[in-house]
Design a protein around this ligand. Structure first.
Ligand SMILES: C[S@@+](CC[C@H](N)C(=O)[O-])C[C@H]1O[C@@H](n2cnc3c(N)ncnc32)[C@H](O)[C@@H]1O
Length: 274
């Protein structure tokens, strides 16, 4: 299948390729997702590593396993997995700018390779990975069943899928309808949608974990960090870009605080023996 283009996908690539996103690494550190905040002064690098550690634990990673990470951001998750679990990672993204930053940040000799790949149309042979992992990025998929079909195809029989994502909780009402539309044009899946989508793709569910209790503090922390670094971000990316980013994160906060969005993790197995 040819890579899916589409306006929304182009918009997402432009966002992650832009200088503003390089600047945002001053806020996030290395991993671009909310964290599990445990203390008011937790830095985001520490907080955002906790859901990664939990997802890796749920996936039961073992040294030497061959992991495909899709939508890898700047490679923070891949480095965490290789360093803490001894796995070999192929980390993929459609943002060439982020792939370049990922390579800059990765020590030579690390068991990680970075490759351009759209998660809707993976350039890998059938049954080539033990684990498929994706953190907080399938919300941008324009065809999520196709993404799960690709995950299923590239996993070996008995292989494991581990995905976390921002999830729909309640149907939005009033102004929150537009807020959610602005955040993810394809629309969010609920936990039930994910479980049904995974089953339709052929997966056997192993574990679903509800992270809803973490998500509001996670987004509040990101907002606070952006506000604290506004001058520095403006120097790096310009006031217009920073203000647009602040406005977008305010939408995230409204959607989460309004009870429309939550967070969760899904672990499933491709049937068959390894
Ligand atoms: C919120 S960031 C998360 C990055 C990374 N997973 C992390 O947690 O640090 C979303 C990522 O999804 C990537 N992305 C969006 N659409 C994609 C697609 N169709 N195929 C591959 N990556 C995609 C973006 O380029 C970006 O790196």
């Amino acid at each position: 299948m040819a890579a899916i283009a589409g306006d929304f996908q182009d918009h997402i690539v432009r966002r992650y390729d832009a200088p503003m996103y390089r600047a945002m690494l001053e806020v996030y550190g290395d991993q671009i997702h909310p964290g599990f905040v445990r203390a008011p002064d937790d830095d985001l690098l520490t907080a955002s590593s906790r859901p990664t550690a939990r997802l890796a634990e749920l996936a039961e990673l073992r040294p030497g396993r061959h992991v495909l990470e899709t939508a890898c951001g700047v490679g923070g998750t891949a480095r965490f997995l290789a360093d803490h679990h001894g796995v070999r990672v192929v980390a993929t993204n459609i943002s060439r700018e982020q792939l370049a930053i990922a390579a800059e940040r990765t020590r030579p000799g690390a068991a990680i390779s970075f490759e351009f790949a759209d998660y809707h149309a993976l350039p890998f042979a059938d049954a080539s990975f033990d684990v498929y992992l994706c953190q907080d990025s399938l919300l941008y998929a324009v065809d999520r069943p196709q993404v799960l079909a690709e995950a299923f195809r590239v996993l070996v029989p008995g292989g494991t899928l581990a995905v976390s994502d921002i999830l729909a909780i309640e149907a939005p009402a009033g102004e929150l309808v537009d807020v959610l539309g602005a955040l993810s044009a394809p629309g969010f899946w609920s936990a039930a949608d994910y479980r049904a989508g995974l089953a339709r793709a052929g997966f056997v569910e192993l574990r679903t974990e509800d992270w809803n209790a973490e998500v509001l503090a996670g987004y509040r922390r990101i907002d606070a960090e952006i506000a604290a670094r506004r001058d520095r971000l403006v120097a790096l990316a310009g006031a217009a870009e920073v203000d647009a980013t602040i406005a977008r994160y305010a939408l995230w906060l409204r959607a989460v605080a309004g009870g429309c969005l939550g967070w969760g993790a899904f672990v499933a197995r491709k049937p068959g023996a390894k």
